[in-house]
Design a protein around this ligand. Structure first.
Ligand code: FAD
Ligand code: SF4
Length: 486
């Protein structure tokens, strides 16, 4: 028990877990504003009071980037919100993003001691609260740079893996340049996750904070075309490269009718909406063909974002078609709950067989069959098996497929000596090193589709490994190759 929290553990356990203030489902269907407003200060203080300040804070071990959760919660108790967010930023440079999109319920909160008998401490909501308080205060002082170093490091891709690695290396003192193929930085945080879960001004601020560490971000630069990895390591004068290009190439089911007008990959659909602002058509010149009835195939976060977006864009009936049961859905429980509140119709144990079109080659329906669960497959989940004679047609005019993605092969195909594995993922060792000296990789590119925080973890690990590589290898080469070209 600390001086700042006079309550006994038994008293803390009586306090209910605090919930966020949210927009009503009926209201939020007509806008793209954030669903959750987060915790009020009063609720955040009450929630922080629930923390048992464990001697062995198991929550820290549950966090992939080892945020010192107990300490930041104690700082909230002291009303030192600036200190709390600084504490988080010691190991997590994107607190406002992670407080919104991290699956805390499977990480720090699932192991929280309070959660053994009661609801766990709402760690994610507290993280978001202090990050938002800092934004409201409008004051931010970048952490100090350890020691200026002349070596340059190139980061390829500006998603959470790239931004984290950039921030870590910049804090260590390296000169860091991030190369991004799109016209704006952020990766999936910008083009995938919709505004109603992650407002763009929040993302922009987090990116500005990375830039405040003197990180340079060059957009519209496709590595593998504009310059190759070997050119970056050669004439461009970079000592090391971190590849964090994600897994942005969509997979399709391979069923008949996928070439009909009105069939999208979730990636294209969400990019049109989020990056090219289709939801503000005709102000933005990005049309989207959306009928009154839309079906999204898949059960993960991407499927959930696509179906909730379709509903907001005017689909009167929006179905989520998933071949397994609710227990196997990879999407966050909170997203499923929000989707149901918004009237999304979950069609579980249902698998599409073919998409049908009209005389203009536009989608007119999707033929599905019912499934039942058999024995576990290689993923450990029970294998869905078709039920004979169960076919039926779902009347839809739009079909959006969210059935997985794999890395874009440009870099792999233009970089000699870069070993790759299944579906083009770049192989890495335990410290994110690739088969090519000086080249490191992480995030979805090496995992083939994971989470924001795991991408950030890879970025941190890679930064430490790159630092060691430069200190132990590059600086000890007889002819220094790391001197900047400029
Ligand atoms: C719709 C959607 C919703 C999601 N929701 C969640 C969620 O709620 N919580 C969660 O934890 N995870 C979620 N995820 C997963 C998470 O977003 C990813 O795991 C994470 O963004 C991966 O980060 P990354 O840095 O590896 O790659 P990305 O975020 O994919 O970033 C890669 C960047 O590299 C750029 N790039 C690619 N090729 C090149 C090149 N050759 N040259 C230069 N730049 C290049 C891309 O344009 C992109 O900006 C979601 C994913 C999607 C698609
Ligand atoms: S495990 Fe839970 S109760 Fe214990 S310190 Fe962490 S957040 Fe607090």
């Amino acid at each position: 028990m600390s001086d700042d929290n006079p309550l006994k553990p038994s008293e803390r356990m009586k306090i209910p877990r605090q919930s966020s203030i949210e927009q009503e489902a009926a209201v939020r269907l007509s806008n793209f504003l954030e669903v959750s407003e987060g915790l009020s200060e009063e609720r955040a203080l009450l929630e922080a009071t629930r923390c048992l300040e464990c001697k062995d804070p198991v929550c820290v071990a549950g966090c992939p980037v080892s945020v010192d959760i107990r300490s930041f919660v104690q700082l909230i108790m002291k009303r030192d919100y600036a200190g709390a967010v600084e504490k988080i930023r010691e190991t997590n440079y994107l607190p406002a993003v992670c407080g919104r999109v991290c699956p805390q319920e499977e990480q720090c909160e699932i192991v929280c001691t309070m959660g053994k008998k009661h609801d766990p401490v709402a760690i994610g909501k507290l993280e978001r609260f202090v990050a938002d308080m800092e934004i409201r205060r409008g004051s931010f002082t970048p952490p100090p740079i350890q020691k200026r170093r002349e070596q340059k490091v190139a980061i390829v891709g500006s998603g959470p893996a790239g931004l984290t690695c950039a921030a870590e290396l910049a804090r260590t003192g390296y000169r860091v340049t991030v190369f991004e193929a799109l016209h704006a930085a952020g990766g999936v945080l910008r083009y995938g996750i919709p505004e109603f879960r992650l407002p763009r001004e929040i993302l922009d601020l987090e990116i500005q904070r990375v830039k405040a560490l003197e990180v340079e971000i060059i957009t519209n630069f496709l590595v593998g075309r504009t310059a190759t990895i070997d050119e970056l390591l050669g004439e461009w004068g970079f000592s090391a490269v971190f590849l964090a290009t994600g897994a942005g190439t969509p997979q399709f089911m391979g069923i008949p009718g996928e070439n009909l007008s009105g069939v999208y990959s979730a990636n294209e659909f969400l990019t049109r909406v989020n990056l090219m602002k289709a939801y503000r058509f005709p102000e933005y010149d990005t049309p989207i063909l959306l009928g009154k009835e839309a079906a999204v195939i898949g059960g993960g976060n991407t499927a959930m974002d696509a179906v909730r977006t379709a509903r907001r864009l005017g689909a009167e009936r929006a179905y989520l078609v998933y071949r397994r049961s609710r227990d196997e859905m990879p999407a966050r429980a909170e997203e499923i709950h929000h989707a149901e509140e918004e009237g999304i119709e979950l069609m579980l144990l249902t698998n599409p067989v073919r998409i049908e079109g009209d005389e203009r080659n536009r989608v007119s329906g999707m033929v599905c069959q019912k499934m039942e669960l058999g024995e576990p497959d290689e993923s450990g989940r029970r294998r869905p098996l078709p039920v004979a004679g169960s076919e039926f047609t779902l009347p839809v005019q739009t079909v959006i497929e969210a059935v997985g993605q794999s890395p874009n092969p440009i870099i792999q195909s233009t970089t000699a000596g870069l070993a790759t594995g299944r579906r083009g993922v770049v192989n890495v060792d335990g410290r994110q090193g690739t088969s090519k000296p000086g080249v490191f990789a992480g995030g979805d590119l090496s995992r083939g589709g994971a989470t924001v925080i795991l991408a950030m973890r890879d970025g941190r690990l890679a930064a430490a490994a790159i630092h060691q590589y430069i200190q132990e290898t590059v600086l000890h080469q007889p002819h220094e190759t790391s001197r900047p070209a400029s």
